[in-house]
Ligand binder design. Sequence first.
Ligand code: URA
Ligand code: SF4
Length: 219
Amino acid sequence: MAKTQAPEDAFTAEPFVPDRGGLAALRRAAAGCRGCPLHRDATQTVFGAGNADARVMLVGEQPGDQEDRQGKPFVGPAGRLLDRALAEAGIDPGETYVTNAVKHFKFTRAEPRKRRIHKAPSLRETAACAPWLAAELAVVEPELIVVLGATAGKALLGSSFRVGEVRGTLLERQVHGRPRRLVPTVHPSSVLRADEPDRDKAYAGLVADLEVAARVLAG
Ligand code: URA
Ligand code: SF4
């Protein structure tokens, strides 16, 4: 008989998360996370980065190809678009903390040695990685969370989250047992994937949602 594998639900980062220490301790520990199988093929853990005292935390999906190589979130094309949109909305990208729902890059390759193609993380992988996001929230304690797309929304607000229903609105919800304020919007990669002329409209929509976040921060 084949040896039975641990159920996928057993995937969790929990045993790897230190219960004391700040972001530096979390980042060090996350580098060794084996909480789900995604660490196997990725280059490295991509932990959150930015201002530890940030008033706003931006949560994306998972690192992309560039992020996986460089070890930092949002340093590729999606990140450049996001920075531009933030600045246009009146939020200084340098005053934010950016992270992802999932800390390892998940990808497929059409052929060996070919370009790595992003693959969406499963709900189980997202749930496995959630203790890192919860720990980042507990340390940074942002006044506002900007939710970038469906994966981040499901990670923070549950699997019934639909970005189209709530984008550009201020939500006040319990997140990991704490009251949080959130403004959801689309993922910047979805703007990059849109074809002209839809891309301009998609970009303008992202900026408009981020302006809602900017107004919340302005009080
Ligand atoms: N997309 C994400 O969701 N996160 C990144 O860090 C880069 C691209
Ligand atoms: Fe750990 Fe998250 Fe990486 Fe899975 S994706 S190994 S839970 S850090």
